[in-house]
Design a protein around this ligand. Structure first.
Ligand code: ADP
Length: 484
């Protein structure tokens, strides 16, 4: 069953329950008050008769005997306009009619003996009778004179008027409810259809995308702020993200193949050389083997870097231990100085600081940055490592006086396989070979995994500064200091 139909049916069902409850209550209250009104009228009329007759009977020496002998009783004239359908009859306690109102004609109101015996005991009785298929409400009350029940006053009213009023009301209510529900069904169905139509379009688009593999398609829906509008917007956003991820993935695969192709070509070329006789010449053989070795090492580095990035992408958890960052950075400083050649490596400000994280990864991060700084700084230049404790973190800066990075390249510098090769090739003193373009991407993934930030400022020809900010977990840090 479609949501549309279900919504409509629920809507109609709830409406039906409400209408039926309302109609039932209305019918019950109205019929109760109409019947009570009839009973009240009968009671008043009976009291009227009792008053008028008892005054007349008081004059008789023995009213009982007068009645038993069938003495004539004059009924009070009723206001026929006020109570048109009220019939009055006075009967002996045996049920013989003594007198009756004119509107009864020759008819007699027959009272059951059970009712008569109740009346004899001084009680009043209500009963429903039917005369010539006309339903009657009957009230029987004792006619009391000097404290004695001497006859029965029978008052009746036709229920035809009340019944037909109630019948008409019921017909009106049922008709109204049926028509109302039918109308509600139609309106509900149209509303549900209109409200859910965009969902059909979303489904259609999703289906088309699934079939055609075309991630550039989007749902064309009016930009509304309702649930469906938000669904369409979210769906489009998700498509955009998937498309982007897909493009990145494609570019990544293309980059990886490209990166692997050049060392493989170099290795094959050298192997060819060796096969064609370079083996005989010692120098040539050494050259070829050296080249093969270098290319293999480069490939190995590339594969290792890719593996690291893949692990980070998969969200592999990093170790979370207290790391003495100052000691680690001094280690990095010493190691970098060994490989610095003619570049001067200096230590700027330093602070005692601990962070929570993975010592090996952090070391790799700072070694990478130091290596880059040295690599892209010409002989005689300078690389400075400094680190300082801040309110809620630590800032590590690696500044060089090297070639710098053009402003156009800065935004993409942390992308995978991104290199600023053209500028480098112009400067013969710089050896940018051997890089895979993955170093900074790895640095960024390590910083991200530690909840930190990495930034770069650079000016071509003047140098670059890479700044890493890492959070320091206050409580654990303080706790350690206290125990120290
Ligand atoms: P690579 O392995 O090629 O060094 P990276 O990801 O480490 O790859 O660096 C990406 C690019 O950023 C490099 O090609 C280089 O041009 C540039 N770069 C990185 N560090 C520096 C620096 N300190 N000075 C100037 N250029 C840099």
């Amino acid at each position: 069953m479609s949501i549309r139909l279900r919504l409509t049916l629920w809507y109609v069902l709830v409406l039906a329950v409400i209408l039926l409850a309302f109609a039932g209550a209305l019918y019950a209250v109205l019929s109760f008050s109409l019947f009570t009104e009839v009973d009240r009228r009968l009671q008043i009329r009976a009291a009227d008769v009792q008053n008028s007759l008892s005054t007349a009977l008081e004059l008789q020496s023995d009213p009982r005997v007068f009645i038993l002998r069938g003495g004539r009783l004059a009924l009070p004239t009723a206001d026929t306009f006020a109570e048109p359908g009220v019939f009055v009859q006075v009967s002996t306690l045996d049920g013989v009619a003594l007198t009756r109102s004119e509107n009864l004609g020759a008819q007699t109101l027959v009272v059951s003996s059970a009712a008569l015996s109740q009346v004899t005991r001084g009680e009043t009785v209500y009963a429903n009778l039917s005369r010539e298929q006309v339903p009657l409400r009957v009230y029987i009350a004792p006619l009391t004179v000097r404290g004695q029940v001497i006859a029965a006053i029978v008052v009746a009213e036709s229920l035809q008027g009340v019944n037909s009023t109630l019948r008409r009301l019921a017909a009106l209510l049922v008709g109204g409810i049926v028509a109302g529900l039918a109308f509600a069904f139609v309106v509900g169905a149209v509303l549900a259809y209109n409200a859910l139509a965009p969902i059909d379009r979303i489904t259609q688009t999703a289906h088309t995308i699934a079939r055609s593999n075309d991630l550039t398609r989007r749902i064309e829906a009016k930009p509304t702020r309702d649930e469906v509008g938000r669904l369409a917007a979210t769906f489009n956003e998700m498509l955009g993200r998937i498309e982007e991820l897909f493009r990145v993935q494609q570019r990544f695969v293309a980059d990886v193949s490209h990166e692997l192709r050049s060392p493989l070509t170099a290795i094959r070329g050298n192997l060819d050389l060796l096969r064609r006789g370079a083996l005989d010449e010692v120098a040539a053989r050494q050259d070829s083997l050296g080249a093969i070795e270098a290319e293999t090492a480069r490939m190995q580095r590339l594969v290792q870097d890719l593996l690291l990035l893949a692990q980070a992408d998969a969200g592999a958890p990093i170790e979370r231990r207290v790391v003495e960052l100052d000691t680690l950075l001094l280690d990095v400083f010493r190691q970098a100085r060994l490989n610095a050649g003619n570049v001067k490596v200096a230590l700027g400000s330093e602070d005692q600081v601990q962070v929570i994280g993975d010592a090996d990864r952090l070391k790799q991060l700072f070694l990478n940055l130091m290596d880059n700084a040295i690599k892209y700084t010409a002989s005689g230049g300078e690389v400075t490592l400094s680190f300082a404790r801040e309110a809620d973190g630590v800032r590590v800066a690696i500044a060089d006086t090297g070639v710098g990075i053009p402003a156009t390249d800065l935004p993409r510098i942390f992308d995978r396989f991104y290199r600023v090769d053209k500028a480098r090739s112009r400067d013969p003193s710089i050896n940018s070979g051997g890089g895979t373009g993955l170093g900074l991407a790895i640095c960024k993934s390590i910083v991200d995994a530690h909840g930190g930030r990495i930034q770069v400022q650079s000016q071509v020809g003047k140098g670059s500064t890479f700044t890493v900010w890492l959070p320091v977990e206050q409580k654990r840090d303080e706790g350690r200091k206290n125990t120290d």
